[in-house]
Design a protein around this ligand. Structure first.
Ligand SMILES: Cc1cc2nc3c(=O)[nH]c(=O)nc-3n(C[C@H](O)[C@H](O)[C@H](O)COP(=O)(O)O)c2cc1C
Length: 387
């Protein structure tokens, strides 16, 4: 059956993903932290926004292309970095990087994804961005940056909003082995859940289990720790303003700082040479009282002006949400879970299907609004409390 008939909306793919991957993996992908209050608010905020269309503009044939930091993209959205993505669905990084390249929108590879930056740059070409959790050992950090640069990556996304691991209670309840406090990979709970999803388990076995190809070369030097512990020991919130300076000094390309919510942080990031900011609450996964990025956007815009593009994520699940973010003042958006639900639900076809929905929905919304191009979306009147 044509997936556009069965799953015409990205939200339809979440229950489909739940049926295809083990419960502890779904909990990792889907959960926020605490009581998921922030995660729920992320989508509720989008649902509460109304856009006022304008008519009598003749035939509208929307153009989705956009320029960001001097580079052209075919759409104002991209894929947010997702750690452990090939554990959620084996091969996820290549599936998404391939679709991103084909359709001309960015794919951001996480430091702790399964696939290497070398491979993703090969598949994703110019659309491959690299996300950095700056390791405690700066030599490892600079080497990761060198590797990204060597394979032609021009955009580095440094994540600021993980000063420490968060509790992610739903993962514990689901018996997840991920992280230092969970079950082992071979606990009865994990094995039973995996056995109930044989398609996932088979793909996992064929792919040789969970991998961390960006970090593996460094972990191999320190044989005293298993790789997850080694990564945990390196990615422990060592980023500060001084470290950001050092990264800026060494990175010749575009530098994005991700996870900014406070005006003072935005102002300082701009002063320290960041080229763009990602206003994000990490999909509600870190602090279960973090504000909504769109709520912070006007203040941050007033602080940084129009010099620094503001990219927004957290809670975006449709082309309509993309339009709402842009009408609210964002220059570009990222989607995390929405792309991953698609891959978990549809495997190799997931990237293509998610891209098809987003392009179709955004075109449709722009036509309904009477908006010819992406710049026109910033003129659309947006009001709160559509509930
Ligand atoms: C399963 C999962 C793993 C994530 N891993 C990372 C990561 O490795 N690096 C990072 O900067 N952000 C990570 N994030 C946050 C996303 O990049 C993004 O900010 C968030 O998913 C946006 O919210 P959304 O899922 O509602 O679109 C992760 C999010 C999820 C859901």
């Amino acid at each position: 059956m044509d997936p556009m008939m069965k799953y015409p909306r990205l939200r339809d793919l979440e229950p489909a993903a739940r049926r295809r991957i083990p419960a502890f993996i779904f909990a990792y992908l889907d959960s926020g932290t605490g009581h998921d209050v922030t995660k729920a608010a992320n989508t509720a905020f989008y649902d509460s926004l109304a856009l006022t269309p304008q008519f009598l503009r003749g035939r509208v044939d929307p153009d989705l292309s956009v320029s960001l930091l001097g580079k052209s993209y075919n759409a104002p959205f991209g894929v947010a970095p997702i750690g452990l993505s090939s554990t959620i669905w084996p091969g996820a990084e290549q599936i998404l990087a391939r679709s991103a390249r084909k359709h001309g929108f960015p794919y951001t590879l996480s430091t702790v994804a399964g696939e290497s930056i070398e491979r993703v740059a090969e598949v994703g070409g110019e659309m491959a961005w690299f996300q950095l959790y700056p390791p405690r050992d700066r030599d490892i950090c600079f080497d990761l940056m060198r590797r990204a640069r060597d394979v032609g990556v021009d955009t580095l996304v440094v994540t600021a909003d993980v000063p420490a691991p968060s509790r992610r209670e739903r993962m514990r309840i689901a018996g997840a082995p991920l992280g230092s406090r969970g079950n082992s990979m071979y606990s009865p709970t994990v094995l039973l859940q995996a056995a109930m999803r044989p398609n996932w388990a088979l793909q996992m076995l064929m792919n040789g289990g969970p991998r961390f190809r960006n970090m593996e070369p460094y972990a191999a030097r320190d044989k005293s720790l298993p790789i997850t512990k080694f990564i945990g020991s390196q990615l422990n919130g060592s980023l500060d303003w001084d470290y950001l300076d050092a990264i800026r000094d060494k990175w010749p390309g575009k530098l994005l700082l991700k996870g900014i919510l406070h005006g003072q942080d935005a102002e300082r990031a701009m002063r320290q040479g960041c080229d763009a900011l990602v206003i994000s609450n990490h999909g509600g996964r870190q602090l279960d009282a973090a504000p909504h990025p769109l709520h912070q956007l006007p203040h941050i815009r007033s602080v940084v002006g129009n010099k620094v593009p503001l990219i927004v994520d957290s809670g975006i699940q449709s082309g309509l949400d993309v339009a709402k973010a842009l009408a609210s003042g964002a220059d570009f958006v990222l989607l995390g879970r929405a792309f991953m639900y698609a891959v978990a639900a549809l495997g190799d076809n997931g990237g293509e299907h998610a891209a098809a929905i987003l392009f179709e929905e955004l075109r449709d919304v722009m036509a309904q609004l009477g908006t010819q191009n992406i710049a026109g979306l910033s003129e659309v009147s947006v009001t709160r409390d559509n509930s």
